[in-house]
Design a protein. Structure first.
Lengths: 380, 261
């Protein structure tokens, strides 16, 4: 069952599109991240789902409840954390949590227990008697999260919870979210520009740009859709001749590999050929790299490899129609963002641009059914 | 929630000072100053209050001596206007804090993210502000009652409390409190700050001042019937505005400026 659903969700402010026909389904008990840069419509999406504004067109719901018409009921089932919704500055942190528990009709004992649990989990127990107005940003952000979780919501809508948090504090938040996903079967929609945080917390992702969906799916399908692969990295003796196909990046000789299983063979080959190998490591792609690749048209930019000279321009295949943009998770992967059946500037392929050529991954679409959430894309 | 709102209003130093000083100034300090000035007036035998003023007062006043007649004129013609300013001002100030202040701080958004209906939030806030305004108006009336009663006894002026005052205290004052609070809640989406919303107090007081100026001009006397009519008109206007304000109390309208920003 989908806990959060949005169809063709569009929001315009003074004729300017903040969100453009977004389709979204978040299955119950899962965590999805909507990741994108500033101005990509993340906060607007949360505000629409929370009923703080109404869509220009399209619709959305949480457990079948319309944010516009059943907002009170919806807020009983969903906790919302927004940067623009702080706690009462004149009350202490503990008083704030008590107050919001009361507003949600949480029993006084349950409220005290829940408040203690959340304050401890978020490592802000010591600050409970401080006025909320005087709390430092990192504590205030965690306090807002505690407020949203006081009534044990089934759904949590988070708008950039890691903003203003140091790495250690972000890990605390991440730990609590992982616990809630596991123990309370929480459904999480995380909107953030902190891709690293999103990657750690969520299992599926929707990449946004300027209000439109770039791609959607789990990490592996997105990675494959973007043509971003793991890299084998070797540190060789200075002046040592690198193996064929490797290129120097950041002091390491690197090469894209299709699978982690290739790594032992690469090491064995390097050692077998008598190279002085000091270090070998596998560099896994990050969501940030995948997102960047989608922004650039679907493939990471790469320098020419050793022994290959300049990389040849990929052959432009005959124009072929695009597969339909995926309508939901679980559907076969379509082409990445930037793929366009129309000829034009985007169709002129570069070494990193599969536009107009084919689905990424060297012309191969990710295998259908490869992941529970196949990467789906939507026209920009 | 009422406790939280009252605490928030009372917790602001400036607002607390304003809410305490206003009644004291209007209903105790100004009357006392006036009585001191009257008691210092030279009153030669046979000197009378001007006929123009006597015409606005009950017939019994014409038989009073100079000072008691002036005190009667003051408590009958001027003090009601000062008293009616209190529910308007305290209502506007408390509503500015409860509505605009919360919107300014962002906590109104937090409140609307709870499982409370936005209509309930609106009702609670209006009730809280009206209750506070009525309470402060009643307290100031009691202070005025004590002050004027003492002065009446000392100067030999007739007891000031008449039917007009009862209509004002029990009908017109609550209606004006509600009107004032609802008026501020209606403009919440248009104003940007508490200070800006406090400026609306001027619009609220102006009609009352005009009414009493018309009375001084002899257009009509402010007898209990006129006051009753005013109370009904204020109540009807308040209910109409209340429905409109409650309909507009929607996140989409309240935070339109923030969203567009």
């Amino acid at each position: 069952m989908d806990a959060i659903v949005a169809y063709g969700l569009t929001k315009e402010y003074n004729g300017q599109l903040a969100l453009d026909g977004l389709n979204l389904q978040v299955p119950e008990g899962t965590a999805m991240a909507c990741a994108g840069r500033e101005g990509s419509g993340k906060t607007t999406l949360i505000r629409l789902l929370a009923g703080l504004c109404r869509p220009t067109s399209g619709e959305c719901s949480i457990y079948g409840m319309s944010p516009a018409h059943e907002s009170a009921k919806l807020h009983g089932a969903a906790g919302v954390v927004l940067g623009s919704a702080p706690l009462y500055g004149g009350m202490t942190l503990a008083e704030n949590l008590r107050f919001f528990a009361g507003v949600h009709n949480v029993d006084q004992n349950d409220g005290a227990e829940r408040s203690s649990f959340l304050l401890h989990q978020l490592d802000i127990w010591e600050e409970r008697d401080q006025s909320a107005g005087s709390l430092p940003t990192s504590v205030a952000r965690r306090a807002s999260l505690a407020r949203a979780l006081m009534h044990r919501p089934r759904v949590l809508l988070l708008d950039d919870p890691a903003q203003g948090l140091d790495m250690e504090t972000a890990e605390v938040v991440q730990g609590l979210l992982a616990y809630l996903l596991e123990e309370e079967s929480l459904t999480l929609l995380l909107c953030t520009q902190n891709m690293g945080f999103a990657q750690k917390v969520c299992g599926s992702f929707t990449l946004l740009r300027e209000g439109a969906m770039l791609a959607r799916g789990d990490f592996d399908s997105l990675r494959e859709g973007a043509g971003v692969w793991p890299r084998a990295a070797l540190r060789l003796a200075e002046g040592g001749k690198p193996p064929q196909g490797f290129r120097l990046e950041g002091g390491l000789w690197q090469k894209e590999i299709r699978s982690e299983e290739e790594m032992p063979a690469i090491i064995a080959q390097a050692v077998g050929e008598g190279r002085s190998l000091y270090e070998a490591k596998l560099i896994r792609p990050t969501l940030e790299e995948v997102y960047q690749a989608y922004l650039e048209g679907g493939r990471r930019r790469e320098a020419p490899a050793y022994g290959e000279g300049d990389r040849p321009e990929p052959e432009v295949p005959a124009e072929k129609p695009a597969g339909p943009a995926g309508e939901g998770p679980g559907q076969p992967a379509a082409c990445p963002a930037g793929y366009s059946p129309q000829p034009g500037p985007a169709a002129a392929p570069g070494p990193h641009a599969p536009d107009g050529s084919s689905c990424p991954g060297d012309g191969e679409a990710p295998p259908a059914g490869e992941a529970a959430l196949g990467a789906t894309t939507q026209g920009e | 929630m009422v406790k939280k709102d009252l605490g928030a209003i009372w917790g602001r130093k400036g607002v607390r000072a304003l809410l305490m000083l206003l009644p004291v100034l209007l209903m105790v300090a100004i009357p006392l100053l006036y009585f001191v000035v009257i008691s210092m007036l030279p009153a030669a035998d046979g000197v009378r209050v001007p006929q123009g003023i006597l015409r606005l007062l009950p017939d019994s006043v014409s038989s009073l001596e100079y000072r008691p007649a002036w005190i009667e004129a003051f408590t009958t013609l001027l003090c009601p206007m000062l008293f009616l300013c209190i529910p308007l001002l305290t209502g506007a100030v408390s509503a500015s804090c409860a509505f605009v202040g919360e919107k300014e701080e962002g906590t109104l958004e937090t409140l609307l993210l709870t499982s409370m209906e936005s209509r309930s939030v609106f009702n609670v806030k209006v009730s809280c502000c009206v209750l506070l305004s009525c309470f402060l108006s009643l307290v100031s009336f009691v202070a005025f009652f004590v002050t004027v009663t003492v002065v009446d006894v000392l100067t030999g002026a007739p007891f000031f409390l008449r039917l007009e005052w009862l209509v004002m205290v029990f009908l017109l004052m609550p209606a004006l409190s509600l009107f004032s609070v609802v008026f501020v809640s209606l403009i919440i989406s248009r104003v940007h700050s508490t200070g800006e919303s406090l400026q609306t107090m001027g619009y609220l007081i102006l009609p009352i001042v005009l009414l009493y100026l018309m009375q001084f001009a002899g257009v009509f006397p402010m007898n209990w019937l006129v006051l009753l009519g005013l109370a009904v008109a204020a109540a009807v206007a308040a209910v109409v505005l209340y429905n409109r304000a409650a309909r507009n109390f929607q996140p989409e309208k309240l935070f339109a400026q923030r969203q567009e920003a």
